[in-house]
Write a protein of this length. Structure first.
Length: 265
């Protein structure tokens, strides 16, 4: 039930931190994978490694999820290369990690930055779903997995960043959580409207994922998680394959939290 042999999968925003996790999980489950990201963007080392090892099963395609013409061209290219996809991972999104590049007081946050987050995280996801829907119909249905965030349901805790020597203090972008709330809402909307096309739509919601964060942040965040740690990349593989495969054939319109219990208290 967890195999994806013979299926074609598409991952948007594939060059980012989590993109190679989804791509690798789908490849290991037997799918052929189209990895989409912006023209001129450089694939991350983990994705390049997958490309070298899985030649023939993985191809990279240029695509801007905010452009319907770009999405349509990508869909045509994917179908020419692999056939119609039946799995879509809507991973493309904008966030801002803690750092000195740009910090604002809440009353100074520029609206243009807010608009760009909503344009990519919400409208881009919806438009990608629209663009690939004809291919799903040709394939006889499939599974769409939208990548959400625990900040769709809880506010970012600013105390996690108080130790950073930044002025103004770092604030998680307010539109990031708002956009991910919209993603969860869109998931439910699309799940009901696409069910007649045999397309299931769910949201996978990772918690904090271990990376290059400073040690104080890791300690603070881990103290906030009932399981006592951040997620590893491997923690996300099983949930993604579950939602993409027939193992979840009666699951649609669902938010699957993979957060170690962060939102449980």
């Amino acid at each position: 039930m967890f195999r994806l042999d013979g299926r074609v999968a598409v991952v948007t925003g594939a060059y980012g931190k989590l993109g190679p996790v989804w791509v690798g999980a789908l490849l290991d489950a037997g799918a052929r994978v189209a990895a989409l990201d912006l023209e001129g963007a450089k694939p991350s080392p983990p994705l390049r490694d997958l490309q070298a090892r899985r030649e023939g099963s993985l191809q990279l395609f240029a695509c801007d999820v905010t452009s319907r013409a770009s999405l349509n061209a990508a869909r045509a290219a994917v179908e020419d290369a692999f056939g119609p996809p039946s799995v879509l991972v809507n991973n493309a999104g904008i966030d801002q990690p803690p750092g000195p590049a740009q910090t604002y007081r809440i009353d100074e946050i520029p609206l243009e930055a807010c608009r760009r987050i909503l344009e990519v995280n919400v409208l881009g996801l919806f438009q990608a779903t629209q663009a690939f829907l004809p291919a799903f119909r040709s394939a006889g249905g499939g599974s769409i997995v939208n990548i959400g965030s625990l900040y769709a349901g809880v506010s970012p805790d600013a105390r996690l960043y108080e130790h950073l020597p930044l002025e103004p203090p770092f604030l998680k972008p307010p539109m990031y959580g708002a956009s991910k709330s919209a993603v969860s809402s869109l998931t439910r909307y699309l799940a009901t409207h696409l069910a007649s096309d045999r397309v299931r739509v769910n949201t996978l919601i990772p918690g904090g994922v271990l990376g290059a964060q400073d040690e104080e942040f890791k300690r603070k965040f881990s103290d906030r998680v009932p399981l006592g740690r951040l997620a590893t990349l491997s923690d996300l593989v099983g949930p993604l394959v579950f939602l993409a495969s027939d193992a979840s054939s009666y699951v649609t319109g669902h938010d699957l939290l993979v957060d170690g219990g962060f939102t449980a208290w």
